[in-house]
Write a protein of this length. Structure first.
Ligand code: ASP
Ligand code: MG
Length: 403
């Protein structure tokens, strides 16, 4: 088999750990597989580089940021290739540019356009282990680009697609994808497999196991991805297309997001064009609105509630002060400490009563629901942040997700 192995920041966080990674690669090789390796920077390194730039200015030029940030991965590929060679296994470190990862020129969040991968193929043919710097590419204009934070996952998945690899193993510091946060629920269970779609919902809800774009990419090209621990034995979690078994399970996981805040505009005139006048300026300020709820109007006045990232609350308040004057609304209020609790599962498509069970479970715990939103495979409720753990535990139990 041809296997792409990606090692995250904690797996290569020290020289000792890098040597350990080298041993894992060698054992896969000795099982008779071809291995292509992708690595992240040492844990904390990319953050350290970002803060160095921020000591100089709050708005560093993005082109230069990419040169700076891409340096972290150069260190780890070189050290890992040095380790492999010293253990008697020929290996070569490559930058993104050297293996032809061509991106657009949107610095700090570039998209991959194509991968030539020639030097990777060459190395494999010569029996040399290619060790490739994650998170980076090169634009048409020959500038170094980076793929957005967590982008090494994307490098690995995109290489696996380009090389038609049999498997893309992502080694990280957790044993796989769990039914919920094991820090909150002690009997959270590791899933053996999960569909791309469910993984996307879980990832965007804050279960930060894989970078979101890497999951999208894997789904698009049908890359078989496995998430597993670099430190413990085990088979991890396999990401694949949906199958019949998956539909039998109604809910696969419970997640939560405590990084949102709720804004309610009260006494909004109920007439055409108002929503655009509220959310136009919000979008223009690059504030990402998650949920929006508009009440039924009474006497041609309505209330509109929506959520924004907590880090954007100050910006949103400044905007609202002028927007309510512009649209003639009465007032607005902000509730910062909310949480969004969600259940996810492809089985929801074919089962009824799932929402009811979620609402009654929360009600039984005396938890008030402030907002609700649904998609085909997800139901989310906004609640008071102080009940997050209680809600997650109750839902995990109600849907019988534990061991
Ligand atoms: N080193 C980069 C980051 O910290 C890319 C990665 O780790 O995947 O975001
Ligand atoms: Mg990562």
């Amino acid at each position: 088999m041809l296997i792409v192995q990606k090692y995250g920041g904690t797996s290569v966080g020290s020289v000792e750990r890098i040597k350990n990674v080298a041993r894992k690669i060698i054992s896969t090789r000795n099982e008779g597989h071809d291995v292509v390796v992708v690595v992240s920077a040492m844990s904390g390194e990319t953050d350290r580089l970002v803060s160095l730039a921020h000591e100089i200015t709050h708005v560093p030029v993005e082109r230069e940021m990419d040169i700076l940030l891409s340096s972290g991965e150069r260190v780890t590929v070189a050290l890992l290739a040095i380790a492999l060679n010293s253990m008697g296994y020929p290996a070569k470190a490559f930058t993104g540019r050297q293996v032809g990862i061509v991106t657009d020129s949107v610095h700090t969040k570039a998209r991959i356009e194509r991968i030539s991968g020639e030097r990777v193929q060459e190395a494999l043919k010569e029996g040399v282990i290619p060790v490739i710097a994650g998170f980076q590419g090169i634009s048409e204009g020959s500038d170094v680009t980076t793929l957005g934070r967590g982008g090494s996952d994307l490098t690995a998945v995109a290489l696996a697609a380009a090389l038609k690899a049999d498997l893309c193993d992502i080694y990280t510091d957790v044993e796989g994808v769990f039914t919920t946060d094991p820090n909150i629920v002690s009997d959270a269970k590791k899933l053996d497999k999960i569909s791309y779609e469910e993984m996307l919902e879980l990832a965007s809800l804050g279960a930060k196991v894989l970078q979101n774009r890497s999951v999208e990419y894997a789904a698009k090209y049908g890359v078989k991805v496995r998430v597993l621990s670099a430190f413990a034995e085990g088979n991890g979690t396999l990401l694949t297309g949906e199958d019949e078994d998956m539909e039998k399970v109604v809910v696969s996981g419970v997640t939560y997001d405590r990084n949102q805040s709720k804004v309610t505009i009260i006494g909004v005139p109920d007439k055409p064009g108002i929503a655009a006048r509220i959310f136009g300026p919000v979008a223009a300020s690059s504030i990402i609105v998650d949920m929006i709820i508009q009440n039924v109007s009474q006497e041609s006045l309505t209330d509109i509630s929506f959520t924004v990232p907590r880090s954007d609350v100050k910006k949103t308040i400044t905007l609202m002060e002028s927007i309510i004057k512009d649209i003639g609304a009465r007032e607005f209020e902000v509730k910062e400490d909310i949480a969004k609790v969600s259940i996810v599962g492809v089985g929801m498509r074919s089962h009824s009563g799932v929402a009811l069970k979620m609402f009654s479970t929360l009600a039984d715990e005396g938890i008030n629901i402030m907002m609700i939103s649904t998609s085909e495979i997800k139901i989310s409720c906004v609640i008071d942040a102080k009940y997050t753990e209680l809600a997650v535990r109750a839902l995990h139990r109600a849907f019988e997700l534990g061991n």
